[in-house]
Design a protein around this ligand. Structure first.
Ligand code: P1T
Length: 389
């Protein structure tokens, strides 16, 4: 396989070529879809390195090589969903180990930790990861084996200082895990900031077209890669080859899509911030964002996700009913714009007191800004906000 070194090739070039060399047998320019569960063996113990498709699939291997390259990691591992990816990462640990995790993250991740992993003896402290003091205070030396964060967070768009967290984690011989779903590797590369493991819900920007559910984990170092490879095969939560093929197809346009998501989101965030019906606009690209400076340092762009506070549940409902181009739906990161009501949709499993402390109120709505014509999106937001008077 050709090596696409990040010091030689830019992101958009690598997104198209890394892991996606023309196939040897026919020269097919697109990686073929190996829709097979098993492989013929010439004799007992003699085969081409492919035995069974949970363990080896050439389409999946191509996608894993592609995403490892884009995140500048050692190796990538694909999973059947983002949650399967999170699950695989926490099962690197053992009963009695302690994880310090962010208080503001996808509700499903919190649910997995709180309702499933605790039953298997993993212990969690949920803290404000924007505060070094809070993270330090939660670390139990010798017992804390992982710091787990999202940045930007879902849905409050908070950032965590990834370099700071990596230093803290490594000082305590713990791993730093970063869910990079919201930024995508185009705008943020946590491994270059010290993270040991990066993961994605590939359902979002990596897939990019709201037509697949998948997940991916990238290991920074070979020793973690070996453990993840073992878990991926032993627990078996692999995606089908078609999902991997779709991801390979989609990632080729990641750079151009992310640029457009961001260009549109910046305009909409500015518009919302200056609109009298919007009480607060959460977007790292706004100067008013409390971590705008950190965003400029650790990200190369601010992404396409915005949350807005509309004041009352009635107004949130009216807004989601009034928009015509923004479809009311869970998920994010597709080419089409979506609107979501986190309290009733994606963050219902976070206890009410914790939600309210974080600002995830009944009147918060989340926008996944798509790549439609910005004039149409702005008109849609404008008419929906006007309808709230
Ligand atoms: O849905 P799935 O592919 O299993 O991914 C889970 C997941 C993990 N991490 C983050 C940051 C996520 O946002 C998600 C899924 N989130 C949604 C479905 C949502 O609408 O927020």
């Amino acid at each position: 396989m050709t090596s696409y070194n990040p010091s030689e090739f830019g992101f958009a070039t690598r997104a198209i070529h890394a892991g996606q060399d023309p196939e040897e047998l026919t020269g097919a320019v697109t990686v073929p879809l190996y829709q097979t569960s098993t492989y013929a063996q010439e004799a007992i113990g003699q085969h081409k390195g492919f035995e069974y498709a949970r363990t080896q699939n050439p389409t999946r291997f191509a996608w894993e090589a592609s995403i490892a390259n884009l995140e500048q990691g050692n190796a990538g591992f694909a999973f059947g969903s983002g949650m399967a990816a999170v699950n695989a990462v926490v099962t690197l640990l053992s009963a009695g180990d302690h994880i310090v995790c962010a208080e503001d993250m996808y509700g499903g991740t919190f649910r997995l930790f709180d309702k499933v992993m605790k039953r298997f003896g993993l212990e969690f402290s949920v803290v404000d990861m924007t505060s070094k003091e809070a993270v330090e205070a939660a670390i139990i030396p010798g017992k804390t084996k992982m710091l787990y964060t999202e940045s930007p967070t879902n849905p409050m768009m908070k950032l965590t200082d990834l370099k700071m967290l990596a230093e803290l984690a490594h000082h305590h011989h713990a791993l730093l895990v970063v869910d990079n779903t919201f930024a995508s590797p185009y705008f943020q590369k946590p491994i270059t900031l010290g993270a040991d493991i990066v993961l994605h819900s590939a359902t979002k920007y990596l897939g990019g077209h709201s037509d697949l559910v998948s997940g991916v984990v990238i290991a920074a170092h070979e020793n973690i890669a070996q453990e993840l490879r073992f878990i991926q095969n032993a627990a078996g939560a692999v995606p089908g080859p078609f999902e991997c093929w779709l991801c390979l197809r989609s990632v080729k346009t990641l750079a151009i899509r992310m640029n457009q998501h961001e260009a549109n989101a910046k305009i909409i965030a500015d518009y919302c911030e200056n609109h009298p019906m919007v009480i607060a606009t959460h977007y790292p690209g706004l100067q008013s964002h409390p971590q705008h400076e950190l965003a400029k340092e650790q990200m190369s762009g601010f992404g396409g996700m915005i949350s807005i506070e509309l004041g009352t549940l009635e107004k949130a409902k009216a807004f989601t009913n009034a928009v015509r181009l923004f479809t009311l739906a869970e998920s994010l990161g597709g080419v089409e714009s979506l609107v979501c009501h986190p309290v009733s949709m994606t963050h219902g499993s976070i206890p009410k007191e914790q939600r309210e402390k974080l600002g995830i109120t009944d009147s918060l709505v989340r926008l996944s800004v798509g790549i439609e014509n910005i004039d149409d999106l702005l008109k849609d937001i404008a008419q929906a906000l006007e309808s709230l008077h």
